[in-house]
Ligand binder design. Sequence first.
Ligand SMILES: Nc1ncnc2c1ncn2[C@@H]1O[C@H](COP(=O)(O)OP(=O)(O)OP(=O)(O)O)[C@@H](O)[C@H]1O
Ligand SMILES: [Mg+2]
Length: 256
Amino acid sequence: MSDTIVNVTGLNVSFGPVHVLKDVSARLDRSETLGVVGESGSGKSTLAKAMVGLVKASSGEVWVDGLEVVEASRRELAHYHRRVQMIPQDPFSSLSPRQTIGQTLAEAIDPGRARVGRHQDRIAEWLERVGLEPGMMHRYPHEFSGGQRQRIAIARGLILEPSVVIADEITSALDVSVQAQILELLAELRQSLGLTMVFISHNLAVVQRVSDQVLVLYRGQVVEAGPAERIYQAPQHWYTRALLDADPGSPGFTLD
Ligand SMILES: Nc1ncnc2c1ncn2[C@@H]1O[C@H](COP(=O)(O)OP(=O)(O)OP(=O)(O)O)[C@@H](O)[C@H]1O
Ligand SMILES: [Mg+2]
């Protein structure tokens, strides 16, 4: 039996007159990664926000880890936000420049209190898990490279051991070689922690590297969904093929 942890059905989201998500359905099983791909403006971030209750759905259901997010109360959502974490695209603007990395991670554990002392071992362990050194907890964000800051943001997203992690374009701002290292780290963490993740990117090759299932969004609609391997090898929809043809590493890429 499958162990579904995210189940979105018939989701519609509008901003004023603009219908941004149209009848979107998506499913994710525990310990798997769902990749969401589509061009800029296709509604990827809106879908992520709907999953954490940050945008209001006009209709549809969003079940995540046992909670119906669309109908949830503020209090239910507050609890829920410790179990479902978002990793932001730009770790520089989301890491406080005045807090050490240790304080930032301590605050993730214990909101409102940036006390490293009692959480020192746990913070050290997580820095190691994301390929950093425990001693780095005493440093400030500006002392790190972009890739290192993204590792810190990943540690912050995972330190509470959430049941679902939502990663929205977390490699898009990085150089290709650093991007590859972060994808490698995510692949490792998937293995070692059994991470359950929604991984969003406009790049199908990137999505395919870390996903079990892939969902293709085009203008707010799901045009294709299925196992990552199948989508990559045998795309059914013209838009998926266009995404693949734009990628130099894909089987269908042509130079013309
Ligand atoms: N708060 C908002 N108010 C009004 N329109 C919005 C709002 N948020 C998003 N939109 C619109 O919804 C559409 C989808 O936006 P969304 O951010 O979900 O796209 P995306 O796929 O994440 O794009 P990108 O790849 O650029 O991040 C866009 O047309 C955007 O302008
Ligand atoms: Mg976005």
